[in-house]
Design a protein around this ligand. Structure first.
Ligand code: RB5
Length: 149
């Protein structure tokens, strides 16, 4: 595995809480350290409050990889993608997660808890953590992402 920093940052809202707990269990069982930014109950919260701190810490290099979860995956993804060094990919099948690493060098994985099973989610996480960036022509494309007009 290319992963050198074995700490995975994770954050969710109430819709993602149950799946976040399952992902945490999977990660700790597989020798990862988890930095949990919450939320830590099914009580309703605003997802930016949980995921902004995670986005900041991936952006400033404190952690190399993160996982964010909400009902659709979109709110958390939109929030962390405000940070220039973040490339967060919304993934609902393992094949998308593989391509998000190979082609986009995604450093945060977003998942839609209300639309995928726990088993698929864990397959997505496994694929995301075990797939390397291909570089080459994709390096050039990724470098252009922040070059807004
Ligand atoms: C919460 O109801 C829901 O809006 C949130 O989890 C997420 O899907 C937002 O994008």
């Amino acid at each position: 595995m290319e992963q050198t920093n074995k700490t995975i940052a994770i954050a969710c809202d109430h819709a993602g809480f149950e799946l976040k707990e399952e992902v945490k269990k999977y990660l700790t069982e597989n020798q990862f350290i988890v930095k949990d930014y919450g939320t830590n109950s099914p009580d309703s919260v605003d997802y930016p409050d949980m995921v902004h701190p995670l986005g900041r810490d991936i952006n400033n290099g404190t952690f190399e990889r993160g996982i964010v979860i909400c009902g659709t995956g979109n709110g958390v993804q939109m929030t962390v993608n405000k940070y220039p060094n973040v490339r967060c990919a919304l993934c609902w099948i393992p094949e998308i997660a593989a391509l998000a690493r190979q082609h986009n060098n995604a450093n945060i994985l977003a998942m839609p808890a209300r639309f995928i099973s726990k088993d698929i989610a864990l397959e997505i996480v496994k694929t995301y953590l075990n797939t390397d960036f291909e570089g080459g022509r994709h390096e050039r494309r990724v470098e252009k992402i922040n070059k807004t007009l």
